[in-house]
Ligand binder design. Structure first.
Ligand code: 48F
Length: 266
């Protein structure tokens, strides 16, 4: 068979345009939107989507993975502590024990296998897309407003280039240090975003998992966004707390969806 024979340029264009718009239409209404595809957001996505819940991850970068591609100082080594290594081992990620309960792995293998697990779970990724704001109606967060990320680099994009809305029953803020969804919600609902504190690994890791919760009706924070909301310390380049926080966000989202479904049945 001669490669490329019988394929026209417009065939290629149609495949891209039809495929993408079909997906986008399908995700105008979804169960869970996760903003940010770092370790916390990706872990949350895997644990939610594998239960069959319709899950959309939105990431402003072309690539997914956030800060998970490198450890500290741009060195591509991922460090996690117990018990988070169990989640990575379940995905087939090899880890070396550097001391009891502390593990290290190649960052590219960690991200590649986590992304594969997320893809297999059925979650969808909308990349190069910036979440600009939240839908707020009936006393709860009801989705997100999105635009192409390159638009944010143009002058005056907020005022003259409207985003489109994607509805969802739950939104998870996994935007890292910026906590940008929580910051929007805080302005509208009148609560305070404290900003994370100085480095303290033990306290930071404990608090980030403990504080992963629904912070406003329909809005959950996880990962570094949680530390920013609650003003707890930063943890530096260790990722166990991010992974465990992502899993807790997934459990919280599934509980919210269950209680909404029960309320609708009544
Ligand atoms: O920063 P990020 O990796 O967040 P995380 O999952 O993990 C934090 C760690 O990487 C590290 C740390 C602990 O080890 O301190 O920093 O909490 O990933 C956040 C992702 O969200 C995207 C951003 O590009 C990144 O990939 N993001 C942020 N704001 C938006 C967004 C937005 N408004 N719209 C879309 N994506």
């Amino acid at each position: 068979m001669e490669v490329g024979k019988g394929i026209s340029e417009s065939d290629v264009s149609r495949a891209i345009i039809e495929g993408f718009t079909k997906d986008l239409m399908e995700y105008t209404r979804t169960d869970v939107v996760i903003v940010g595809s770092g370790p916390a957001g990706l872990t949350a996505a895997k644990f939610i989507a594998e239960t069959g819940v319709k899950t959309l991850i939105i990431e402003r970068n072309i690539y997914a993975g956030g800060g998970f591609w490198q450890g500290g100082y741009l060195f591509p080594k991922t460090v996690v502590e117990a018990p988070a290594q169990e989640i990575l081992l379940d995905m087939g990620i090899e880890m070396e024990e550097v001391k009891p309960d502390l593990y290290v792995a190649d960052s590219f293998k960690v991200v590649a296998k986590l992304l594969a697990a997320v893809a297999d779970s059925g979650a969808k990724l909308l990349n190069s897309t910036y979440v600009d704001d939240l839908i707020y109606k009936g006393g709860r967060i009801g989705g997100v407003l999105v635009n192409w990320f390159p638009i944010t680099q143009m002058p005056k994009f907020i005022t003259c280039m409207d985003p489109i809305a994607l509805e969802s029953k739950v939104v998870i803020d996994a935007t890292g240090h910026e906590a940008s969804m929580a910051t929007r919600a805080a302005k509208v609902l009148g609560f305070e975003i404290k900003g994370h504190g100085h480095l303290n690994v033990e306290e930071a890791e404990r608090e980030v998992v403990k504080n992963t919760k629904e912070i406003a009706p329909g809005l959950i924070t996880c990962g570094m966004a949680t530390a920013s909301v609650f003003g707890t310390p930063r943890m530096g380049p260790i990722f166990g707390g991010m992974i465990l926080s992502g899993r807790k966000a997934a459990e919280t989202a599934l509980e919210i969806l269950k209680s909404k479904a029960i309320a609708q049945e009544r």
